[in-house]
Design a protein around this ligand. Structure first.
Ligand code: CA
Length: 404
């Protein structure tokens, strides 16, 4: 029986022609050489080598060790390269440029410029408000008027598969007389979707929601690891700091925005009038129907629906630049924890266990927060054309003990 070609992909493969996410990989022969690739089924197409062999006008930006140069070219080039890759995957001669995923090492696909994390799920923000401020209103007075966010640490954004060392820090429970220091005892995850900026903007320029597609190159899955005990003691009055900055994991694959056209959906109805720069009535639907699964050591613990997010990525982009702050190629902004209305749709252990009150029953032992050697994996898919699923690249990470 002839061996099946990697080009013969099932019509309904979640990493088929409708998807084509970008990544950066190395092979065992040349472990230090980083090459741009596109995932096709369980293979990666060496896009640079293919572009050189086929005489692509964009082979220069495709020869770089990260996606940044390609992302900086802007939407017309993104569309042209994507169309070319689709064409190339129809040529039998392209087969030698496809490597099995099992033979390559996936790298951080882009150099992260600035990193911003939002707080856009009403269900998440309400639950966290109830947990942290049980005597107050769960949502702060500003929550429905602007997308709340903070600047994170771009230098500690790591690619899926990178081990995450349990951080140490100051902790002080309300009843403790003084803070202590040590490894976090409340290590958590936050299931999020990240948006990667391609085209920059000038200092002083506001980027309207209508320009979202011109600036945003693609989408990744993101895990905002969080040390809840460190966070609870440090976060008033300036927000998250060391409880978050030790690591943020992103998927190795960046799904082009165009691949998610069929997944566009209207966000939940707003019950507050928005200022004009945030008003999205009359614009194309800004929500995305992305179905996320959170697994701990292979066991599903939650299925957060991204379609329930109150603020859209286009609103976040408009808000992030409304003061004239400029965008840089490689900027990453994350949605905030994705939590749906139902208990089994909550995107972090803080909510799933109600701050440790209700342990999750898992086959390997109950969990309130993460233990050493636990592995957390986020996967997701979105509806594509003709009922095909568009797979997002997984983001996974294993907790390494503090002393190791
Ligand atoms: Ca977060």
């Amino acid at each position: 029986m002839p061996e099946q070609s990697p080009l013969d992909l099932a019509e309904d493969d979640p990493f088929g022609l409708h998807n084509l996410p970008y990544g950066v990989f190395s092979t065992a022969d040349e472990p230090d050489r980083r090459r741009i690739g596109v995932r096709y089924g369980d293979h990666v197409l060496d896009v640079h080598t293919a572009a050189s062999a086929l005489g692509s006008p964009h082979s220069d930006v495709l020869a770089r060790p990260t996606l940044n140069a390609l992302m900086a070219m802007g939407r017309p080039v993104w569309q042209a390269v994507r169309a070319d890759i689709r064409t190339w995957l129809g040529y039998p001669a392209i087969e030698p440029f496809l490597h099995p995923l099992t033979d390559v090492t996936l790298r951080l696909p882009f150099e992260v410029a600035d990193y911003v994390d939002f707080y856009a799920s009403e269900h998440h923000a309400t639950n966290v408000g109830r947990i942290f401020r049980p005597d107050g209103e769960p949502l702060t007075p500003n929550w429905k008027h602007l997308p709340i966010g903070y600047h994170g640490r771009s230098g500690t954004v790591v690619v899926s598969g990178t081990p995450v060392r349990r951080p140490s820090g100051q902790r002080k429970a309300p009843a403790d007389p003084a803070p202590g220091f040590g490894p976090t005892q409340r290590l958590d995850i936050e299931a999020e979707v990240g948006f990667v900026v391609g085209s920059p903007s000038a200092l002083g320029e506001q980027v309207p929601q209508s320009a979202f597609r011109d600036h945003v190159f693609g989408v990744c899955l993101l895990n905002d690891w969080s040390a809840r005990d460190i966070q609870a003691w440090e976060y008033v009055p300036l927000g998250p700091f060391l409880g978050k900055s030790f690591a943020t994991s992103v998927s190795a694959w960046i799904t082009p925005l165009e691949a998610l056209d069929e997944a566009r959906t209207a966000p939940p109805a707003r019950d507050h009038e928005l200022l004009p720069y945030l008003d999205d009535s009359g614009l194309e639907p800004g929500g995305l129907d992305i179905r996320i699964t959170v697994a701990i050591n292979g066991h599903t613990v939650s299925e957060p629906p991204f379609s329930t997010m109150y603020w859209t990525a286009a609103q976040q982009l408009a808000h992030m630049t409304v003061n004239g702050a400029s965008l840089r190629t490689g900027d990453l902004f994350a949605s905030g924890t994705v939590s749906g209305p139902r208990p089994e749709e909550r995107g972090c252990l803080l909510e799933l266990t109600w701050a440790g009150r209700d342990a999750l029953e898992l086959p390997g032992g109950n969990r309130t927060f993460l233990e050493d050697d636990d592995e957390v994996t986020l996967t997701a898919w979105a509806p594509g054309p003709g009922g095909v699923r568009i797979g997002l690249g997984e983001v996974t990470g294993r907790i390494v003990p503090n002393g190791r």
